[in-house]
Write a protein that binds this ligand. Structure first.
Ligand code: NAI
Ligand code: MG
Length: 315
């Protein structure tokens, strides 16, 4: 029996969460859900988008499923990542049947450092304009690279690629790259290489099959993740995981989608695949595969799919 914190949030977050819990309930693994509030609706009622009680519920659970927040997303999800020290942002880039992917058989994962880099929030105005500080530490670089290699081992992947710009950002990305190859030495069974971020952006479109696991710093990871999403087509299918030493939070990449909220037409696949990532995180690999393969069957048949995939089915 796993204790799961459930934060449906706003808009279609609530709809895709309900559908996903319905599926999880059919599993032979038991889940005990604790529901927690966050988001715009809560902020309208109470003035607080992310109450301490919600953070506590997540901390008392083994994993958290998060739907979506609306305009308060920065105050909710960004704050949760920080409070829970979720230093890994994991984004699979995988083509599923029946979707608008540029290629078939794309299957790689982006491991993005989530706590520092150019998003450290150290900015100031100067006489000439403004500056931002790019913080890269040995500690954060080492732990994100270690996560990437361990993830490769756990998921039977054979190669990890560090993406950086160390030819220009000599010191910061020099540190990142050094830590990458230091960690790589401990994982003799896994191949390691590195690429510049600009070249990587091109290879996503021209030769995406060269990648297996990518590990990169915060800003590069943010941009490449969205490029990856574009590569395999459609927000309705893209999950993500935020993982730290103690906690894991799993959420679709999409937001509350107010334009389609309340109509019951949202595609629940991204939330379902987020649950697949949660099952992997919990070590329930077999159950994760079963759930993912069921979804692939539905997408391949193409009969019962939502409007965003060209169908007429409800959530
Ligand atoms: P969005 O991802 O909510 O929706 C953009 C469009 O993508 C929708 O209008 C819809 O056409 C389509 N779409 C997204 N998810 C879908 C699904 N599951 N099924 C079918 N179609 C889907 O992004 P938008 O409109 O930029 O943001 C709406 C709100 O969500 C904003 O208030 C924003 O702050 C918030 N947001 C929250 C996030 C989070 O909670 N992690 C992430 C992104 C946005
Ligand atoms: Mg982004």
């Amino acid at each position: 029996m796993y204790k799961i914190a459930v934060i449906p949030g706003d808009g279609i977050g609530k709809e895709v969460m309900e559908a996903t819990l319905h599926i999880l309930d059919a599993s032979t693994i038991g889940f005990e859900y604790t529901f927690a509030d966050a988001g715009d609706e809560l902020a309208d009622k109470t003035g607080i988008p992310l109450p301490q009680k919600t953070i506590d519920i997540v901390k008392q659970s083994q994993a958290c499923l998060f739907g979506a927040a609306g305009e308060t997303a920065a105050d909710v999800i960004v704050k949760l990542r920080r409070e829970l020290d979720l230093y890994v942002n994991l984004r699979p880039v995988k083509s599923y049947p029946g979707t608008k992917s540029l290629f078939e058989d794309i299957d790689f994962v982006i491991v993005r450092e989530n706590t520092e880099g150019l998003y450290s929030g150290i900015e100031e105005y100067t006489e000439e304009g403004a500056t931002a500080v790019r913080v890269i530490t040995n500690k954060a670089s080492e732990r994100i690279c270690r996560f990437a290699f361990e993830y490769a081992v756990k998921t039977d992947r054979t190669k990890v690629t560090a993406v950086h710009k160390a030819n220009v950002l000599k010191k910061t990305d020099g540190i990142f790259k050094d830590n990458f190859y230091k960690v790589a030495e401990e994982f003799i069974g896994i191949k390691s290489d590195d690429k510049y971020v600009d070249a990587t952006a091109m290879f996503f479109i021209t030769q995406p099959k060269m990648f297996s696991v990518i590990v990169t710093t915060n800003l590069f990871g943010d941009i490449l993740s969205d490029e990856g999403a574009g590569l395999v087509g459609g927000l309705g299918l893209i999950p993500s995981a935020n993982i730290g030493e103690k906690y894991g939070l799993f959420e679709p990449v999409h937001g509350s989608a107010p334009l389609i909220a309340g109509k019951g037409i949202a595609n629940p696949s991204a939330m379902v695949l987020s649950a697949v990532m949660m099952l992997e995180y919990l070590g329930e690999i077999e159950e994760a595969r079963k759930l993912e393969e069921s979804l692939i069957t539905v997408l391949t048949e193409g009969k019962i799919v939502t409007e965003d995939l060209g169908g007429t089915a409800s959530t």
